[in-house]
Design a protein around this ligand. Structure first.
Ligand code: HEM
Length: 479
């Protein structure tokens, strides 16, 4: 194994805990790997080496180190490991997010960036986003009239699922059209299976035994997805309506069998990419909104200040429009601060090195897994004062933004593998937060004080609040 070779030839690996034979440091990850790795990095440093099973793993935990891996040596670290989830759920790594670096990935990344996630395409769905958000606001308005408690986590997540389905498939699907378990449940099960540490990924020699039963479950979920995607693609192929806005399935189908791309795009590739778009868009935006609202409810002064900004820019006689977003500076700060403290993907998606290299004097063997702990980076004491405090004003007069150029704030990653859906994600997140805060005042149920709101998280591919956010709305507009 490469870690053995490196000790033999005296190449200096980054420091890190030693771990047990075979299992390495898997036992150290615990329930919250981003927190456990943050603690370890405080001891071993911002570039740390540990073995997870038999896999050499590098953990990156400071802005300077992140810049080395995601900018200076980006090309070497732009691949993805061959995870079992990518094999079983993502059609043998044919999706964008989990495919290894190479010409296939470059081909589909270009298609996705230019054809699915361009500003033009995003704008073409603006009216649809408004319809879905209006439906959410109307249902919360009813709850406000009745002074009912609203499960904001569930409502925002359902709205995000509907928006995503309409953008990707062209229509919403009711739960029972998908599987008896329901649409969201099956998608979530897929995400959960992809996020669960799979022993077979770390100790490939025992993968066939499927000791945790994950492969069996992944195959079963993949079968449900496949049946559903086949049905949708067939519906699109048969559809005669030429005038509707082209959804993601239509766009991808226009590439099927085409000789124009470097790689021929077949049905399997289309299904993998569509599934990726669905899972990448659905829970990310909803989780970011859930965290922002939780922090706003926990910090009533910040909430008031944001409402004041909205009153000034939008006024109380109309709802927020997407075109208002560029004028809402404090909202921008609230979103940055939320994603600093609660990055939706705290460890990004794992990267993998494609050749041996030296970073900062440390030897990094080929095929190392690279984990960038953006959760820890958002708490880096050299970059952020009082990092645990939610304080959007820290961004006043600061040029730090979220787009991956400022390595102390990387909720969308950076470099070749950075999130291609950032513009869409930020538009949805900002618009939904703005509308919910502009239209309603929020109060916690059962006389709970804002300081008592529990912000414990649940670790998965995206990391939401462990307990749903429940709150009582009261309507505040004059329309
Ligand atoms: C608030 C919303 C979002 C957040 C916080 C977010 C965050 C991220 C992060 C952290 C990564 C991994 C970067 C890395 O591994 O270095 C990623 C990758 C990705 N995101 Fe997003 N994302 C969001 C919304 C979206 C949306 C709306 C889409 C598309 C519809 C999308 C599509 C993707 C894809 C396809 C990748 C994989 C890119 C690749 O491997 O080449 N994301 N995102």
């Amino acid at each position: 194994f490469s870690w053995k070779t490196s000790t033999k030839t005296n190449k200096k690996l980054p420091p890190g805990p030693k771990g047990f034979p075979i299992f390495g440091c898997l036992h150290l990850l615990g329930q919250f790997p981003h927190r456990a790795l943050h603690k370890l990095a405080e001891r071993y440093g911002p570039i740390m080496h540990l073995r997870l099973g038999l896999t050499p793993t590098i953990v990156v935990s400071s802005p300077q180190a992140a810049e080395l891996f995601l900018k200076t040596h980006d090309l070497i670290f732009a691949s993805r490991p061959p995870l079992k989830a990518a094999k079983h759920i993502s059609y043998e790594q044919k999706g964008l997010a989990l495919s290894p670096y190479g010409s296939y990935w470059r081909t589909i990344r270009k298609i996705c960036t230019l054809e699915l996630l361009s500003s033009f395409k995003i704008n073409s769905f603006q009216a649809m986003r408004k319809e879905e958000l209006d439906l959410l606001i109307a249902s919360i308005k009813e709850a406000a009239c009745a002074r009912c408690v609203v499960d904001l986590s569930t409502k925002v997540s359902a709205m995000s699922a509907d928006m995503t389905c309409r953008m990707v498939f062209g229509k919403k699907y009711s739960d029972d059209e998908f599987d008896e378990r329901g649409f969201k449940t099956v998608i979530q099960e897929g995400m959960e299976l992809a996020a669960k540490p799979n022993l077979g990924d770390y100790i490939p020699q025992i993968a066939g035994l499927d000791l945790q039963g994950l492969t069996k479950r992944m195959k079963s979920v993949a079968k449900v997805f496949d049946g559903f995607l086949e049905k949708i693609i067939d519906e699109h192929v048969q559809s005669k309506d030429e005038n509707r806005t082209k959804d993601f399935v239509d766009v991808m189908l226009s590439f099927e069998g085409s000789e124009e791309t470097e790689h021929k795009i077949e049905r399997e590739h289309i299904k993998a990419i569509i599934l990726d778009m669905l899972s990448a868009a659905m829970d990310t935006s909803a989780t970011a909104v859930e965290w922002a609202l939780s922090e706003l409810i926990k910090h009533p002064k910040v909430m008031k200040k944001l409402q004041k900004e909205l009153e000034k820019i939008v006024g109380l006689c109309r709802m927020v429009e997407e075109s208002d977003l560029e004028n809402l500076e404090y909202l921008d700060m609230v979103v940055k601060e939320t994603l600093r403290l609660h990055p939706v993907a705290p460890l990004l998606i794992p990267h993998e090195s494609t050749e041996d290299c030296t970073v900062n004097g440390f030897y990094i063997p080929k095929n190392s897994r690279v984990i960038v702990n953006v959760w820890a980076i958002g708490r880096d004491t050299e970059s952020w004062s009082d990092p645990e405090i939610f304080f959007p004003e820290r961004f006043v007069g600061s040029s730090i933004d979220l787009r991956g150029h400022d390595f102390q704030l990387l909720p969308f990653g950076s470099g070749r593998r950075g999130c291609p859906g950032m513009q869409l994600g930020l538009t949805i997140v900002k618009q939904v937060i703005a509308q919910l805060v502009h239209c309603f005042d929020w109060e916690l149920p059962g006389g709970m004080l804002p300081t008592e709101l529990d912000l414990t998280e649940e670790f998965s591919l995206v990391t939401p609040k462990a307990k749903h956010l429940l709150a009582i709305p009261s309507y505040r507009l004059n329309i």
